[in-house]
Design a protein around this ligand. Structure first.
Ligand SMILES: Nc1ncnc2c1ncn2[C@@H]1O[C@H](COP(=O)(O)OP(=O)(O)OP(=O)(O)O)[C@@H](O)[C@H]1O
Ligand SMILES: [Mg+2]
Length: 247
């Protein structure tokens, strides 16, 4: 179980202090699929990075399986079973797709067949990709899919995917959603998926809408989806104000 308690993240900017996350508290039980969604700049990626340890919160605690992990490093959290797939994955010159998959799998040496299974789940063929370097020669969608395959190979207890749909073609995306569905059905892992995609939102046990650094809504798809639609159909708040449209 993951518990976020009063998470705050404040940065200093030339214009003064800026609160990116404002007192975010949430509990995510094991084996649930929780979708974080909400407007651009709302704080979703920052919250995911706080969980993984890539960003140190300026307030609050992170409790994972009863242990306070707030002061642990990324590596220590990874060893406890947390993994995170970047919204924009990094590239690794000189490291092949096979190297990355083997690193992710840990002590288990993956056979070519196993590598092939992970790559197939993201719509890639092992014969074409295993020996490719994860460098700039790969397209954005290819790097994204390879990164997701490495997370699948890791079999973490808590997998965080940051906009897995970004840059991925419709065919690979359909296969990927099936994979998420299967992991969820078989209760293999807890998943936090940051997404704007209705298809992924529909898979969620719980949707958490993050806006302005806070939890704006949370609940089941049935409860929250109509609220998201109402928010997005409400128009631009700045323009509405200028035009004297009442909210
Ligand atoms: N170190 C920082 N300094 C200044 N602003 C920051 C910093 N880190 C994040 N922000 C701002 O905080 C806000 C939240 O960013 P974040 O990446 O978490 O949003 P997001 O919800 O993931 O958005 P998107 O849907 O576009 O991916 C953004 O406005 C971003 O510019
Ligand atoms: Mg983001």
């Amino acid at each position: 179980m993951l518990e976020l308690k009063n998470i705050c993240y404040r940065v200093s900017t030339p214009e003064g202090d800026l609160d990116i996350l404002k007192n975010v508290s949430i509990t995510i039980p094991d084996h649930k699929l929780v979708v974080f969604t909400g407007p651009n700049g709302g704080g979703k990626t920052t919250l995911a990075k706080v969980i993984m340890g890539l960003v140190q919160p300026t307030g609050g605690r992170i409790i994972y399986n009863g242990q306070d992990v707030t002061d642990l490093t990324i590596t220590e959290r990874a060893r406890l079973g947390i993994s995170y797939g970047f919204q924009q994955p990094p590239r690794f010159k000189g490291i092949t797709v096979n190297d990355l998959l083997q690193l992710s799998a840990g002590s288990e040496k993956l056979s070519k067949d196993r590598c092939c299974q992970y790559l197939t789940k993201v719509g890639l063929c092992a014969n074409d990709y295993l020996d490719r370097e994860v460098d700039v020669s790969l397209s954005g969608g290819e790097v994204k899919r390879i990164e997701i395959a490495t997370i699948l190979a890791r079999h973490s207890d808590l997998m965080i995917f940051d906009e897995p749909e970004a840059g991925i073609d419709l065919w690979s995306f359909a296969r990927l959603t099936e994979t998420f569905e299967q992991i969820h059905r078989e209760e293999q892992s807890t998943m936090i998926i940051i997404s704007h995609q209705e298809r992924i939102i529909q898979l969620a046990d719980e949707i958490v809408v993050i806006a302005g650094g806070q939890i704006a809504h949370r609940g089941t798809t049935e409860e929250v989806f109509p609220l998201i639609l109402a928010d997005t159909l409400g128009g631009c708040p700045v323009l509405n104000k200028k035009e004297g449209v009442s909210e």
